[in-house]
Design a protein around this ligand. Structure first.
Ligand code: PMP
Length: 462
């Protein structure tokens, strides 16, 4: 039966009539993005959208960058793709060289994949293989943090602590344990310093390791600055130092998820640089290729690479498109552009401008509870009551309404939270391209304030 005859027999609206694409929601078809320029995307009707979240913290160079386009064209003119089981490529080798040269201490190799979830999967499997290679086969458990997100494939979803995303797939997931995140705004006690709070939550890792039995724990996974699920939560001083200490004490690997917060987003190339430690494995993705091509990677420490290289000699994993030459060429041009144009200095400067502008315009707003983050990775948490920090009733779906109102005004802002299980409150994430200036910052904040007004008026709250 065709769609047409289906709809003729039913008075209910046909979900997504007019498209064969299975879109993210069945109730609406998004506009078509037909052109991009700098921080703007244009749809088929010529409407412009200021991309204040880089999609999902991806588009760090802006859209249609001429250098990246030229590098991709040059690569395609030579060869677009050759299977990594047969060939390496100049682009892949040069990108790996640059990534290792600028990586946190101890990182020695790069394992390329096509995105963030694939990077999490590869890191988890590499951790497991490491323990097999060194004769500790009982190490199988992974510990992560509540409210975390590390990807949507089954392994990555298993370690993630976002209950709403996991719920319907629970029977398919592997076992993982979850400890408290660092969530200063809500969880630091009045009588605690940030350092004491950090120590308290980091020590939950030790408790979890001892409960599971240290000899059976493989890895702890955490985002240095949390982006997904709860917008832009930075760690408190000393937290990651203590985490590193605990991992070392019990022989547990530390996997840092820098898929969203990495590659310059927080003002340093790697967010973990600001914490003074490094991981045993570190995932990167979004900003690596800036959206020009799908690409991610696992940065692999010498310790892990040596164990595998001197053991079975090969990581038992692989994807058809890993190390895709055009993706590597795009990422190489992106990373060189960031360096040559000194864009991380602008990330720090405009990050400070953005937080100052948000504070000035919305710092006293009755429903703005917290403004936070690092670099051009900033979050705003909305609350029903600033005194008690009570969140809005999740069924109001405040964050989804803000996304919609902002989009109508021509602003892309990334909504988070507001779900019933596991996430407290409504959050909005800002992660604009590293090329923005003061005027762009002012526009973002004005449009966002307008969207808040529209939503709270419609809810009868303003
Ligand atoms: N880890 C983190 C921290 C992320 O933010 C994301 C994507 N939002 C992922 C992993 C998964 O990445 P991808 O969507 O590219 O699979």
């Amino acid at each position: 039966m065709t769609n047409a005859s289906n709809s003729a027999q039913s008075s209910a609206p046909v979900p997504n009539a007019g498209t064969r694409v299975l879109h993210r929601t069945s109730t609406s078809i998004p506009p078509r993005a037909v052109r991009g320029e700098g921080i703007y995307i244009f749809d088929q009707n010529g409407k412009s959208y200021l991309d204040a979240c880089g999609g999902a913290a991806v588009s760090c160079l802006g859209h249609s960058d001429p250098d990246v386009r030229a590098a991709m064209h040059a690569q395609i003119d030579q060869i677009a793709y050759a299977h990594s089981g047969f060939f390496s490529s100049d682009a892949m080798e040069e990108l790996a060289d640059e990534l290792v040269a600028s990586a946190p201490e101890g990182i020695d190799k790069v394992y390329f994949v096509s995105g963030g979830s694939e990077a999490t999967e590869a890191a988890l499997k590499m951790a497991r293989q490491y323990f097999l290679e060194i004769g500790q086969p009982d190490r199988k458990y992974v510990i992560a943090r509540r409210q975390s997100y590390h990807g949507n494939t089954l392994g990555a979803l298993s370690v993630g602590g976002n209950m709403w995303r996991r719920k319907q797939f629970e029977p398919l997931l592997i076992t993982a344990s979850h400890i408290a995140p660092v969530y200063q705004y809500r969880d630091q006690r009045d009588d605690e310093t940030p350092e004491a709070y950090g120590l308290r939550v980091a020590n939950e890792l030790e408790t979890a390791i001892l409960e599971l039995g240290a000899e059976s724990v493989a890895a702890f996974v955490a985002e240095p600055v949390v982006g997904a699920t709860v917008g832009a939560l930075a760690p408190v001083p000393g937290y990651f130092k203590r985490v590193r200490e605990i991992c070392d004490q019990y022989g547990v690997l530390l996997i840092l998820d820098e898929v969203m917060c990495g590659m310059g987003r927080t003002g340093t190339l790697h967010a973990i640089e600001q914490e003074g430690i490094s991981g045993d494995l570190q995932t990167i993705a979004k900003g690596l290729g800036a959206g020009y091509q799908p690409i991610g990677a696992v940065l692999v420490s010498k310790k892990i690479n040596d164990a595998i290289a001197n053991g079975s000699g090969f990581f038992q994993h692989g994807h058809t498109y890993q190390g895709h030459a055009t993706a590597c060429a795009a990422a190489l041009a992106t990373q060189r552009a960031i360096k040559e144009r000194n864009l991380l200095t602008n990330v720090v400067k405009q990050g400070e401008n953005l937080v100052a502008a948000l504070e000035a315009k919305l710092g006293q707003h009755p429903f703005v509870g917290d403004i936070r983050g690092r670099g051009l990775f900033r979050g705003v948490e909305l609350v029903a009551d600033r005194e008690t920090k009570d969140p809005f009733d999740p069924t109001l779906k405040i964050n989804a309404k803000i996304k919609k109102a902002a989009f109508a005004l021509g602003l892309m802002a990334y909504p988070m939270g507001g779900t019933i299980d596991g996430v407290r409150g409504d959050h909005v994430l800002f992660a604009p391209a590293f090329i923005i200036d003061e005027n762009d910052v002012a526009k973002i904040v004005d449009l966002f304030a307008g969207a808040l007004d529209d939503v709270f008026k419609a809810e009868g709250l303003a």
